[in-house]
Design a protein. Structure first.
Lengths: 210, 210
């Protein structure tokens, strides 16, 4: 198909490039809307005022939609052409629903993220939703497979919940490649609480393209 | 502790009750902010206008925060006292980051949800983020355990990715209880694409309190 390009895993339709400058502006907008999400979940404002704010949010949406992309912005990294989502739901600085988890690529081949989750991500009272933790670990395990040069499609993800993961306290997530067997890359990761104890342990298997 | 009450699993600090009427207003506000999230991810508006909208979103947040709850609204269902999140990140109608997946409890003891996911939930290009699917399945598996009268803390969650889950097409997620062994409830679930083929299969084990 005209205009498509080859990626190690996916065929990607070209997306409008986004400048560094534009990323900075979009990132500030996403940060403000991220705060708005949290304020909606915790507001005690009277009902009439809620209706006014809903109308104002609707107007902002209408204005943002006057010029619209077909798909979220991405950038590609270096020669490998690994696509990086700028608006992914876990670490996307351009996505208001992402915490966002800023992911560091360490020299030893592992990846790591420090973050705190607020009430928007609540599952059991006062705790992080188990599925939100699963989503974060899925992201980190996929990123460590990319970082290791063995990107693939997720074939399986297994999570073991050891102890509660709490809202509003600093958490750490980390992931590493365990082993590579032929086209299969096995990754392992976990979330640690403020005491450094694992709350969730995860493993995933990625199948690399032929 | 004064004012706490007993829940089958958690000790819950009392939360301000929320009226049906207020839920309707909050739900409309969350719906408008949900649309705003999507419009942020796909906007091509010029940078100066993005800054104006960011400032307006900031003002809405400030106003919502003038009256603030300590924790998101919940309701409890019937005599069992099972807490229902109204602002959970998967099916919470009061949470702008939730799709939201409306979950039906069927007479045969299973649960089911029909939903479509937009660009806010993108992972690989054009596809649903694998972690978002994991989050949705985690929620449904937990709800079917509750529905079955065997609520518990998630001990493990295992996902097998069979084929891509696509954005912008109607999906179905379903879950059932497989078996209960002593204090352990085993649940199974899956996501089906528009052709009715499973894209992801999941199992989970819940440990019920003593």
């Amino acid at each position: 198909m005209s205009g498509t390009r080859t990626h190690p895993i996916f065929t990607i339709q070209p997306r409008e490039p986004v400048s560094e400058r534009r990323i900075a502006h979009l990132s500030r907008l996403a940060a403000r809307v991220r705060e708005l999400n949290e304020s909606v979940v915790l507001t005690e404002l009277p009902e009439e005022e809620l209706d006014e704010i809903a109308a104002q949010a609707e107007a902002l949406t209408a204005r943002l939609r006057t010029a619209r992309r077909a798909a979220p912005p991405v950038v590609t990294n270096g020669a490998g052409g690994i696509m990086q989502q700028l608006a992914g739901p876990v670490n996307g600085v351009l996505n208001p629903i992402a915490p966002p988890c800023e992911v560091q690529f360490l020299p030893d081949g592992t990846v790591r993220s420090e973050f705190t989750l607020n009430s928007v991500y609540e599952g059991p009272p006062g705790m992080v939703h188990g599925g939100v933790s699963a989503m974060i670990l899925d992201q980190l395990l996929g990123m460590v497979a990319d970082h290791n040069g063995t990107p693939g499609l997720t074939a399986s993800l297994e999570l073991r919940y050891r102890r509660p993961t709490m809202l509003d306290e600093p958490l750490v997530a980390e992931a590493r490649i365990d082993r590579v067997e032929g086209r299969r890359a096995h990754a392992a990761g976990r979330i640690l609480n403020t005491e450094g104890k694992p709350t969730i342990e995860a493993t995933a298997m990625f199948i690399m393209p032929m």
